[in-house]
Structure formats: C-alpha cells, structure tokens
Design a protein around this ligand. Structure first.
Ligand code: NDP
Length: 299
C-alpha cells in the first residue's frame, strides 16, 4: 500500500549534520533550507545572489532562534565559481551529509554559460555534475550521506541529442532544452548510483521531483506562470519530495521520490518511477563521459 501521509513531521533530528542546498535563495530550495534548519541541521545555502540569500537566511533565523545557516556564493554557470565554492566548503567543513542539487532554471531565452554550455543543461546538469564531483570524497567519508538530484515531470519530454548538446546547429527550443536538462538529472542520478553501488555504501543517491509548484521558476514564461496560479501546489508541499529523498531512512540508493497525487503533480511524496528512457544505461554512461570531458572533473 502506498503511504500518502509523509510530512516534515516525519523527519528525524538532523542535529550534527551538514547540508548544502543549491539555489536556496527562493522556491523549493528556500523551503528545504527552512525545514532542515528547523530540524537542527547546519544548512549551507549555496546561492548565486548572496544578498538575496542572506535575506532568506535572516527570515529563517527569525523563525527559529539559533538556526545554524551560512550563505555561500555559488554560480552553477561557472566552473570557476564551482571550484571556488568547493574549495571554501572543503576548507571549512570536515563532513557533508546532504548535497541537495536543487538550483535550476526553466524556459529562458537562448544563452550560454561562462564555459560555453547551453544555459539550461549547463546550470541544471553540468554545473551540478562538477559540483558533486568536487565534493564526492567528502560525501564518501561522511557516514550515511546522500546526494539528491532534482528532476521534474518534464524529464518525460526529454531526449538528448549528443550531436548538438549545446543547440548550436538547431533552432533553439527552450521547452525541449529544459526537458533535456531534467532528463539529464536522472541519467546522472542513476549512473552515479550504479557507480557507487559496487564500491561504497555512502553516499546514497536519491533523486526527487516536486510535481508542479508555485515558485519563481516560471519567471521566463507568463503563460506557464498563469497556469501555475491555478494548477500548482504550494512550495512547502513540493519541497517534501526533496526532503523525503534527503532524510527518509528507508530510501535506497537509486530511488526517485515525487508527489503521490494525480499525474504526480501534487500531494505527499512517495517513491515514484521515471521513464524507461531515463534508465538507459548506455545513454547514462555516454552523458557521464561527456560531462567529464566538458567539465574536466572525473569521478
Ligand atoms: P526558483 O526559480 O524559485 O528557484 C531556483 C533557484 O535556483 C533560485 O534560488 C535561483 O537563484 C537558483 N539558480 C538559478 N540559476 C543558478 C545558478 N547559475 N547558480 C546558482 N543558483 C542558481 O525555482 P524552483 O524552486 O521551482 O526550482 C527548484 C528546482 O525544482 C529546479 O531544479 C527545478 O527544475 C525543479 N522543479 C521545479 C518545479 C516547479 O513546479 N516549481 C517542477 C519540477 C522541477 P536566484 O534566486 O538568484 O534566481
């Protein structure tokens, strides 16, 4: 029987644990930071706009006295920024219990990252690939650690074109580029889970998607923003999928969590399935090799 009752009340104390949440300056990342701070984790908010991040941190500190939060600069569009963030983190922290790869952009106009990557797959996938690689040894040395890649229902519309991963040859389709990036999040999740399964017991790789939620993600599309006003759930409910993937003691390496409601658009989080395409091991391996080549981070 599917348990549809999971809530943040089910999260055990996170005292003594260190969590990095990318994109914690708004939306689901902000909510995930809030809940983990309330559960006594030390939260590192990895944000591209530290002024915005500090404002969110101040609000959370106002809600919970002695909340343990630091705000650190991270721009996933820049391999140099990822390197700087990682070096600073590794110097300051001896453990990493949770890496929640939440930051993302959707349906933005065509542009490229500082390293020449198409902006959506560059931010949503390649940036997180490099970040995870730079932090993997600290995750391995922390007992019972986890990585939570954040995908989407949109992965169902994705199909990677390895001949033109950065959309230099085709007319840019911003919806398709977003779907591809969210499919890449799942290839990454399953491939890393497979790689680690043979050698180590930690970290566990547990992906999540939040259904459809009212956040700033729709900032580039007025139509989707309007639809969201009627169809989307609150960010606090959407973040539960990420939180369950990060904290449920019963979650296994390679699992995927999402909402339990109709079409997985809303509701309490449960274990869900992804498309057959997302589980294609040969494509997962190919994307991994390309990611290593493009980011220069091998693991
Ligand atoms: P928001 O736009 O509210 O939050 C996205 C966060 O990512 C922001 O904090 C943003 O920073 C940050 N970000 C964007 N680009 C970068 C970058 N280059 N470097 C570092 N941080 C960056 O959207 P959501 O909270 O909705 O999105 C969170 C995740 O959930 C995304 O991965 C998204 O794909 C996924 N998702 C969301 C759904 C929804 O319905 N909302 C549905 C399915 C998946 P800033 O505050 O500076 O803009």
């Amino acid at each position: 029987m599917i348990d549809r009752s999971w809530s943040s009340d089910d999260i055990l104390s996170q005292l003594g644990r260190v969590a990095i949440i990318t994109g914690a300056s708004s939306g689901l990342g902000e909510e995930t930071a809030r809940v983990l701070a309330h559960k006594d984790a030390h939260v590192v908010m990895a944000v591209r706009d530290t002024v915005k991040g500090e404002k969110v941190a101040a609000v959370i500190r106002g809600e919970k006295k002695n909340a343990s939060i630091s705000v650190m600069a991270l721009d996933l569009c820049s391999l140099k920024s990822i390197e700087d963030f990682s070096n600073k983190f590794l110097n300051e922290y001896q453990r990493l219990d949770l890496l929640i790869n939440n930051a993302g952009i959707m349906m933005c106009p065509r542009s490229t990252s500082a390293d020449g990557f198409e902006i959506q797959i560059g931010t949503n996938h390649f940036g997180h690939f490099a970040l995870t690689g730079r932090l993997i040894e600290r995750l391995k040395s922390t007992e019972d650690s986890r990585v939570v890649p954040v995908s989407s229902i949109a992965h169902k519309g994705g199909k990677l074109n390895f001949d033109d991963i950065h959309w230099g040859k085709r007319n840019y389709n911003t919806i398709k580029a977003y779907c591809d990036s969210k499919l890449a999040n799942l290839y990454f999740s399953y491939e890393l889970a497979r790689k680690l399964a043979d050698t180590v017991t930690t970290p566990r790789i547990v992906a999540a998607h939040p259904g459809v939620c009212r956040t700033e993600l729709t900032r580039h599309s007025k139509v989707v923003e309007l639809m969201g006003k009627f169809m989307a759930q609150e960010q606090a409910v959407g973040a539960l999928s990420l939180l369950r993937a990060a904290t449920d003691p019963l979650a296994s390496n390679g699992d995927y969590y999402g909402p339990s409601g109709l079409f997985e658009m809303g509701g309490a989080p449960v274990k869900v399935d992804s498309t057959q395409r997302s589980k294609d091991e040969s494509v997962g391996r190919r994307l991994w090799e390309l990611s290593e080549e493009l980011t220069g981070i091998k693991y």
